[in-house]
Design a protein around this ligand. Sequence first.
Ligand code: ADP
Length: 398
Amino acid sequence: MEVLVINCGSSSLKFQLIDSDSEKVLAKGICERIGIKGSVITYQPTGGEKEVSNIDMPTHHEAIDAVIKALTNKETGVINDMSEVKAVGHRVVHGGEYFSKATLVDDDVIKKIEECNYLAPLHNPANIIGIKACMNLMPDTPNVVVFDTAFHQTMPESAYLYAIPRKYYDENKIRRYGFHGTSHSFVSKRVAEIMNKPYDELKTIVCHLGNGASICAVDGGKSVDTSMGLTPLAGVIMGTRSGDIDPSIIEVIAKQDGLSIDQVINMLNKESGVAGLSEVSSDFRDITQAIEDGNAKAKSAFDAYIRQVVRFVGAYIAVMNGVDAITFTAGVGENAAWLRPMVAKYLGYLGVELDEAASEKACGVEGIISTPESKVKLCVIPTNEELAIARETLALVK
Ligand code: ADP
């Protein structure tokens, strides 16, 4: 049986068809420019050629239709018909306080996701459109929603309250939610497996360092703190997002440059982070190249990034009163071996010892990268959010 995993953006739709027994990806792809002239679907069966087709996709309905046609195409498709798809798993960004786990979709679930739209105005409405399109085109197939926020619903109040007038929490649910929950959950479980330790006895810190980045303290299998907040703008420095800043900066810049709050927030989301500081790029491959070429701004952006990661790691060690493992994942965490000694250097006082050879080897692959003597394990675990969504989806429809 197959599970179709859908990740819907406002003008894009990523999909993967995963075989539930082997957990292998059978085919994957992306529909882009949905609702915009020149929409295009890229489809690739595993082991086959990538196909790019221009198909008119005025809405997500046509995009899902194109996905179904690609998957069932007589020549390049990977299934005979959609009845082979046992369920559809949808990534949904914000579940507010309603959802602490993956949930089977019904009208009430859609209503609650809609109620969270104000917390993720760019993402949740698109996620709902994708769900509704699947319900229309595959009326007999169950849909499951898997939330980025759900894993963090175990955080204690002391971790999620902001020190602003309480009515904003009581009436508007303004609080820390945290994101990348599917990844933090997947990776922390895998850490317990490779360390051969019970998940509910492990204290671990997961550094999900991609274009977007967040750090999570997982104590006994539960998220107890995380760096992103009400929105994914908070926390560590990211590719183009500022991470935590003094909120007054927004007022100062708005007044100085005559910008609206929306414009400043847009700048903090899209023109900040290592891209804004380095004036080079949001991509760490470009940053390291620029540092090699002697670019001082790239070096200072990089140093600020590392320091911010270490700040959160240090804070979470204190929050959990100890740590058994610190794990790197996502694009930067999985591939950028040069980053790890810089983080490990700050943690020497804890008895953390990086095995540099093991670290160099663990690029894009799983590995324990600390020495056997190290008091805290360092690990690299490639994240796989689609597989995690497929597993959670299947568990609900089995
Ligand atoms: P997201 O899912 O948040 O878009 P990813 O987890 O895919 O991001 O990470 C993408 C980022 O990973 C790129 O922007 C780049 O900075 C970084 N990255 C990818 N490969 C490498 C590499 N070999 N070395 C350093 N950084 C890398």
